[in-house]
Design a protein. Sequence first.
Length: 267
Amino acid sequence: MSASTKITNGLRTFASDVVSGLFEVTHNGFAMLGLVVVFTTLTLTVRPEIREIGETRLIQWLQARHISLGMMEAPHEIAGRATAADPRDLPKQQANVAFWLSKKYRVAPEPLSALVAEAYDIGARTKLDPTLILAIMAVESGFNPFAQSAMGAQGLMQVMTKVHSDKYDNFGGLFAAFDPVANLRVGVKVLQECIARAGSLEGGLRHYVGAANLESDGGYASKVLAEHARLQAVASGRPIPAAPPLMTTTDGPADAEPEKVATLLKF
């Protein structure tokens, strides 16, 4: 027998042994897996409390996983979130506000109604007056969700997106700044931080616009508070003229916008 023949026969024997070994291991593995499945099934049947604990932990894991993937809202909430609503379906106070803002800022009442409803919802959860939130949107952007200032403040609430990029993580990233609801929620979070930092609403508004360290905020806080007062009156049913606004502060006070970056970077 030649050397090459011996080598070939040796390789065939080796390959055969490897295949046989793998089959044995796999066979035993499947048998073990089968036993584990049977045992687990019997255990869960006899001990339902174990199954309930397992289900609870699975749900908690899925929720945590959901948030870690940047989904603050559950899939059915995202799919079911309306971008517009019939103002006639809103509670009376909200409907009053939606119709008034629609007329004053020349925005379609249906998408504006969805924002009003969202402002009232998040206001209840954050203990902020929803008409204050709406007043800030009015002064900052005139309810233009695609507004952008020269310094990079974006969206309805004119949030400095690059400064507060981490706050958009749960909404899918920086482009969520142009999602009206995402921008509203992030803006409210920034506003809360500003008020807490300043210790007062007016001081918080000065921080929000970036004029905390300036002598003047360009009248920003006064504008917001005046619009806030008008919206409170509208919500209560008092007749308030909806005169078109002279301007919005998308670019902020002329001397405050650069400071806005420096101020917000401190959060």
